[in-house]
Design a protein around this ligand. Structure first.
Ligand SMILES: [Mn+2]
Length: 358
């Protein structure tokens, strides 16, 4: 039995400008995730680590990122296979410029790599070399007992045709196909060939599946590969969130402060959430989403607020506001089919007069 660790899309060196002040801390989190990949690989008894492209976020990442990756790989002492992805393409990959540790197999073009110690052959398919994938992706009948592939590319999806065809996987007769490019883990098993995207080991974009994982794959000759997800990343959604989205009923609140403190209680520096406010807002003070967001953002890694609530009609309180409502009523009586429009315009005006922002 052979056990391998499969990861991809680490994106070391990514700037994360959308995370603002939390960006640098998140870059450190990627480093911890990368180290954890090897710690877990060792703890789980893996004999090989596959990194299916996009180890680096760009060919121009700082030198210290390259040194960090190389030393982490070297210290693991496990055989490691790295292929270029679309973010770190073969012709400009940072590993071209440096000397590599002996346990690292860095594959620049579509190649069949024999690892005789492990009774294994690996068909490596780097991004940018798509024209050769289809012919390379097949079992060698006289070859090693276990044969797998590692590729960086996309399966067909709603967004496009993709660079990998599911039928290649269905007919390749390989024992496992390790994919990189998509940031959430996904099963693409076809027929007898088990095939997975591992996803990134830490959050790269907020809408990926969290917590991020790596895959541990167990291979036995002539048997279907067994795949287990091992949590690696630190970032997470709040409890009760479905794919990162959480509905929150604001009807019971009598003010912004109590709402804020309940929402803050959901958040940690590792929380990623898309929060949808529902129900009726019945408090006297207007609810300003932008202010709410500015107050919550420092308590979490990333937050998005969506308004799906009903504001309670604001009653006029000053002579000016009373005059505005009076005029609205007159207009609405004169044009009954536009009454709801006038009413909404008056409510928006009151909201803005009291410091609300749109
Ligand atoms: Mn990627």
């Amino acid at each position: 039995m052979l056990r391998i660790a499969h990861t991809a899309d680490v994106h070391l060196g990514r700037a994360f400008s959308y995370l603002g002040e939390a960006a640098q801390r998140h870059q450190e989190r990627l480093k911890r995730a990368f180290r954890r990949v090897f710690a877990e690989a060792q703890a789980q008894g893996c004999q090989l680590v596959l990194i299916a492209g996009d180890l680096f976020d760009s060919p121009r990442v700082g030198r210290h990122w390259v040194e960090f990756a190389l030393s982490t790989i070297a210290e693991s002492r496990l055989p490691v296979i790295v292929i270029p992805g679309n973010h770190d393409p073969a012709e400009r990959h940072p590993f071209r410029e440096v000397s590599l540790p002996s346990n690292l197999h860095f594959v620049l073009q579509t190649t069949r790599l024999p690892l005789s110690d492990l009774d294994l052959e690996v068909v490596a398919c780097p991004a940018g070399d798509e024209a050769r994938w289809q012919t390379a992706l097949r079992r060698d009948s006289g070859g090693a007992p276990l044969q797998i592939a590692v590729m960086h590319g996309s399966m067909p999806s709603a967004g496009g045709q993709g660079t990998i065809r599911p039928e290649w996987v269905r007919t390749c007769m390989l024992d496992y196909v390790a994919l990189g490019d998509w940031h959430s883990p996904q099963d693409w098993t076809q027929g007898h060939t088990v095939c997975y995207y591992s996803g990134a080991p830490e959050m790269i974009m907020p809408r990926q599946q969290l917590p991020a994982v790596m895959l541990v794959v167990e291979l036995v000759a002539k048997q279907l590969a067994q795949v287990a997800k091992v949590p690696i990343g630190e970032t997470h959604y709040p409890e009760g969130a479905i794919n990162g989205a959480l509905d929150w009923d604001i009807s019971p609140y009598d003010g912004v402060q109590s709402l804020l403190s309940d929402l803050r209680a959901l958040l940690t520096p590792e929380t990623v959430v898309s929060l949808r406010l529902t129900g009726r807002w019945q408090a006297k003070e207007p609810l300003n989403l932008q202010v709410l967001e500015e107050n919550l953002q420092p308590s979490c890694l990333w937050l998005e607020l969506e308004s799906a609530y009903q504001p309670e009609p604001l009653p006029p309180e000053t002579p000016f506001e009373r005059l505005l409502m009076e005029l609205t009523r007159t207009r609405a009586e004169r044009e009954p089919d536009r009454a709801s429009f006038y009413h909404e315009a008056a409510q928006t005006a009151l909201y803005l007069l009291r410091g609300g922002r749109l």
